[in-house]
Design a protein around this ligand. Structure first.
Ligand SMILES: [Zn+2]
Length: 158
C-alpha cells in the first residue's frame, strides 16, 4: 500500500461520487499545500459531471482568509452555468503532524451560508467515523439567513 493511498481519505467513501470529490479535493491540496498559506482543498461537482476545485487562502489578517469551498464555488461559477450538486473538502496535515492523515472536513458556518445561497440543493461529504458520506447541506444550516437582496433563494442554479 502506497503512502498516497494511506493518506487519501477517499478510501473511506463508500459512495463513488463522494470518493471522486474527496480525491479531487485531496489531490488539489496535496499538490498545492503550503504551511500557513494553503491547508484545505475543496471540490464541487456540477450536474454535467465536471469537477471544480479550490484551495484555502490564508491571510495575514485572519478574517480575510478565504475558505477552499468558496474558492471552488468561484471556480465553478466562473466556468459553468450547471447546477452544482455536491462539495467535499480535505484538510492536509501539517509537517509537524507526523502521525496525521489528510481528513475530510465539514464546511464552516460561513461556507454553509454561501454555498446554500448558490446551490440550495447541494450535498456535502461529511466525516462520519472513518467514512465520508453525503449529507444535505440544508440540514447542516437550518433557518439560514435570508436577507432582502434577492427576491427569493434560487431553487436551482444559476
Ligand atoms: Zn468556510
Amino acid at each position: 500500500m502506497s503512502e498516497l493511498y494511506m493518506l487519501n481519505p477517499a478510501a473511506g467513501c463508500p459512495e463513488p461520487q463522494a470518493a471522486r470529490l474527496v480525491s479531487a479535493a485531496y489531490d488539489t491540496i496535496r499538490r498545492r499545500y503550503a504551511e500557513g498559506r494553503h491547508q484545505i482543498g475543496a471540490a464541487i461537482i456540477a450536474a454535467d459531471g465536471k469537477v471544480f476545485v479550490g484551495i484555502h487562502l490564508e491571510a495575514m489578517v485572519g478574517r480575510y482568509s478565504v475558505c477552499a469551498e468558496a474558492a471552488a464555488l468561484a471556480a465553478a461559477r466562473l466556468h459553468s452555468d450547471q447546477q452544482l450538486l455536491a462539495v467535499a473538502a480535505v484538510r492536509y496535515p501539517k509537517p509537524s503532524e507526523t502521525a496525521a492523515s489528510a481528513r475530510i472536513v465539514s464546511p464552516c458556518g460561513g461556507c454553509r451560508e454561501l454555498l446554500l445561497d448558490h446551490a440550495p440543493t447541494m450535498q456535502v461529504v461529511i466525516p462520519q467515523g472513518a467514512q465520508g458520506v453525503f449529507a444535505p447541506l440544508q440540514n447542516m444550516l437550518p433557518m439560514k439567513y435570508v436577507g432582502t437582496k434577492w427576491a427569493q433563494l434560487p431553487t436551482t442554479t444559476p
